[in-house]
Design a protein around this ligand. Structure first.
Ligand SMILES: [Mn+2]
Length: 430
């Protein structure tokens, strides 16, 4: 066989909305609504421009098991364009778009091979390059597929190149449902030269030999999906030896930018730093149409900066205005003040020991109502002895509350604030 070139994509989630955008912005709203469709169009264009022999899709191409008409039309158009360019598509379905409920109109599109629920192999005979090549795959029958599908695959003897396409959770990767669970060894044992997977939204290569990779979500949809997203262009040679190149396609990128308070004397300088950080992120990705950022400010804040940070709503608006005007418009998703004030009375070791102990005590008390009685006074006393009354607002003294429960609820909220102010983000008390 000649070398084979393929594009692998998965988790396009056509029609998926963005979450966590608390404030609306009409201009960007339209871009966000189009984002998953744009990503799919770019996958198609990339396959055509880079002269791929075939395209593999690893499931969750649609966000919903009953895709909207817009999603169905967009998908069909892409398959048509690929077919006209002589590129066939091999698709396995995932938990968002399982066989049950999958639109019959999409099941037999010309140019598309849809894998059934049982593992099967296809020998594409459409191109000289594909001689001796087999594509293996299986689709989720229903959303919550718990069986290990990978173990049901076996390479046919005599093949030059065996490619597997599957939606699966390898090694229980966190943050994703444990559907079609399997291990890297399960995948390797099948004898495939290449595994093109879907499900995990952070794409990447899991193993080089054989090449096992997740395409990742073609477009991130929330702060848990930061960084560039796209598909992979894979050059496959006889009996493996595959090389994968990541191709970014997402028009919108999510990122967290962290600004050191030591580098910003006040709110104005903070805006400048944020602008610089965003411009740097946008440079070098010509596909990027917008950036959504969470802005974290940490470190030791000057008195001036603290003053500006206290007017957080206004600072947020100023930041949102400034960043929206950048050449690649930036949408501010959130602004987190993780700064701390300078203190000299307690050593940092003591701070951490006390903070953790206090957080543990609060959690223990919250889980045992019997311990509430009388502890509110003790907590205030302990807190004030350790960190000084300047950290505790006046109304938190014992006796100002209608009940112990009310007092405890207040102190727990207070404690979180105190711990955060003392430690910035260096200790996670959750
Ligand atoms: Mn998915």
């Amino acid at each position: 066989m000649a070398d084979l070139k393929l594009i692998h994509a998965a988790d396009i989630h056509l029609g998926r909305p963005f979450s966590g955008l608390e404030r609306s912005n009409p201009e960007l709203g339209d871009l966000f609504r189009r984002a998953t469709y744009t990503a799919w169009e770019r996958i198609v264009t990339t396959a055509i421009e880079r002269k791929a022999d075939l395209v593999t899709l690893g499931g969750d191409v649609f966000d919903a098991s009953s895709p909207t008409v817009k999603s169905r039309v967009a998908f069909s158009r892409g398959i048509d364009l690929l077919r006209e360019a002589g590129i066939r598509v091999f698709m396995a379905l995932g938990n968002h778009d399982p066989m049950t409920g999958f639109p019959p109109s999409l099941m037999s599109l010309p140019g598309l091979h849809l894998f059934g629920k049982d593992p099967e192999s296809v020998r594409p005979s459409f191109a000289e390059a594909a001689e001796g090549v087999a594509i293996f795959g299986a689709s989720f029958h229903k959303s919550a597929t718990k069986e290990n599908l990978a173990r049901q695959f076996r390479r046919d003897p005599g093949l030059d190149l065996a490619i597997g396409v599957l939606h699966a959770n390898v090694s229980g990767i966190g943050g994703h449902k444990d559907y079609a669970p399997c291990t890297l060894d399960d995948l390797k044992s099948t004898g495939m030269d290449l595994w093109c997977l879907g499900h995990v939204h952070a794409g990447g290569v899991l193993r080089d030999d054989p090449l096992i990779l997740y395409a990742g979500a073609a477009q991130g949809a929330h702060m848990g999906e930061t960084g560039p997203h796209g598909c992979f262009l894979i050059n496959a040679h006889q009996h493996g030896n595959c090389h994968a190149e990541f191709v970014p396609v997402s028009p919108v990128r999510w990122e967290v930018i962290t600004i050191d308070a030591a580098e910003a004397e006040d709110g104005t300088q903070l805006l400048n730093r944020a602008e610089q950080a965003c411009s740097k992120l946008c440079s070098g990705d010509g596909n990027l149409e917008s950036l959504v950022v969470g802005v974290h400010i940490k470190g030791l804040a000057s008195a001036e900066l603290r003053k500006d940070l206290r007017g957080k709503e206004e600072l947020f608006d100023a930041l949102a205005d400034a960043l929206a005007r950048l050449p690649v418009p930036v949408f501010v998703e959130s602004l987190r003040d993780l700064t701390r004030e300078p203190r000299s009375d307690i050593s940092s070791d003591e701070d951490q020991g006390f903070a953790l102990e206090f957080a543990r005590l609060c959690r223990e008390i919250a889980g045992d109502p019997g311990k509430l009685v009388g502890l509110s006074g003790e907590i205030v006393a302990e807190l004030s002895r350790k960190v000084g009354f300047s950290y505790i607002s006046g109304d938190s003294r014992a006796g100002n509350f209608g009940s112990e429960k009310e007092a405890m609820d207040y102190f727990l909220a207070q404690a979180q604030g105190v711990v955060q102010r003392m430690l910035g983000d260096s200790v996670n008390v959750d």
